[in-house]
Design a protein around this ligand. Structure first.
Ligand SMILES: NC(=O)c1ccc[n+]([C@@H]2O[C@H](COP(=O)([O-])OP(=O)(O)OC[C@H]3O[C@@H](n4cnc5c(N)ncnc54)[C@H](OP(=O)(O)O)[C@@H]3O)[C@@H](O)[C@H]2O)c1
Length: 333
């Protein structure tokens, strides 16, 4: 890892991706957030990882999204991020929104998965230790657990806030009826749900009908993950699968089988629309998610500073004509 001494860009807020209040809360989130699911683990390039965090922060990307199981191996993204914070960002903690999550399998045995109070609390403590932090800004239940009463999972989240170990709490990928219940329980506990994190992109629009309006009706913010469909909504797979891409990695979550000839044909047509708008396909895909103020922020993943620069420029044009929206809608279906 580089030993340079980092000084943040003085114009990082005047030259930023912009901010929006998260739901009805007072917390402002950058329209583009950076996720550390891939590209920040022990198998990844540590120098590029540091450069991406610095570049993001220099452009007003104040929000870094993590989870207990991010990185290969699990936990390594939090450990690496914690080391970067300590070494290069000392003094800037109060300018950052750092989130983590628990809900998916993390360690062996009955207490390393799900939504029990035992797992949620132990996992938060482990995440704080790995990141060398006293508190996270947002802690999520990473998924709904049908084998744990919702009161128990939400009770654990509320107690994290009351103990000062998380400033806000959120949920991710909850079915609509369970999200409604979670919002009620958290409100009754005096720790309202700040945010809902769900999948949304030109290729995955399920949340538009239910999850998105439900969050808005409850004053809960919405943050999107995989807005580029893990890279499919960029120009990288137009002519095959490049070495070193997520689809090529054995440890990546994008499967080669998802890149069918039909999908590639749609991506090509979307790329043409993007070019006509004067944007890269990645920029258009992000702008499309951000076209509605109901989406407070999109969490992107990037494997290089170059991708980050490309994506940041998406905020320069967030408006679409009706015809563009119709054509994109047809190709995304
Ligand atoms: N709550 C949940 O359950 C959940 C689930 C998934 C993700 N998340 C969060 O959301 C974040 C983002 O998810 P994601 O990584 O799937 O997001 P994504 O932005 O849809 O995909 C990221 C990948 O797209 C490619 N890419 C990005 N910008 C590009 C560009 N300008 N040109 C070409 N390719 C580009 C890169 O792939 P290559 O690596 O191939 O270069 C990058 O790794 C995660 O880090 C995590 O924080 C949450």
């Amino acid at each position: 890892m580089s030993t340079n001494t980092y000084t943040p860009a003085p114009d990082r807020y005047s030259n930023s991706v912009g901010f929006q209040n998260c739901g009805q809360s007072g917390l402002k989130l950058p329209r583009i957030s950076l996720g550390l699911w891939h590209n920040f683990g022990d198998v990844d390039d540590a120098n590029e990882a540091l450069k991406m965090i610095e570049f993001a922060f220099d452009h007003g990307i104040t929000h870094f999204d993590l989870a207990n199981n991010y990185g290969t191996p699990f936990g390594s993204a939090e450990t690496n991020f914690g080391n970067m914070l300590k070494k290069h960002f000392a003094g800037y903690r109060d300018e950052m929104i750092i989130s983590s999550k628990a809900g998916h399998i993390m360690w062996d045995g009955p207490y390393g998965d799900g939504g029990s109070r035992k797992y949620m609390m132990a996992s938060l403590h482990q995440s704080l230790k790995r990141m060398q932090l006293d508190y996270v800004d947002i802690f999520y239940s990473h998924r709904y657990d049908p084998n744990t009463p919702l009161e128990e999972t939400m009770g654990a989240l509320s107690d994290m806030v009351k103990q000062g170990k998380a400033l806000y709490v959120g949920i991710s990928k909850y079915p609509e009826d369970k999200a409604r219940e979670a919002y009620r329980l958290l409100r009754e506990n005096g720790t309202p749900c700040l945010i809902n994190q769900d999948r949304y992109s030109i290729f995955t629009r399920d949340i538009e009908k239910s999850v998105l309006p439900l969050a808005a009706a409850n004053g809960v913010g919405t943050i999107i993950f995989s807005p580029l469909a893990q890279g499919m909504l960029s120009d990288k797979y137009l002519n095959g699968i490049p070495e070193n891409s997520r689809a090529a990695h054995s440890y990546g979550f994008l499967q080669k089988s998802q890149l069918t000839p039909e999908k590639i044909a749609k991506i090509r047509e979307l790329n043409t629309i993007a070019q006509q708008r004067g944007q890269s396909l990645a920029q258009m895909a992000l702008a499309w998610c951000l076209r509605t103020s109901a989406v407070n922020s999109v969490i992107i993943g990037t494997s290089s500073v170059q991708q980050l620069q490309d994506n940041i420029d998406a905020v320069k044009n967030l408006s679409f004509t009706d015809e563009e929206l119709w054509r994109i809608g047809e190709l995304g279906a």
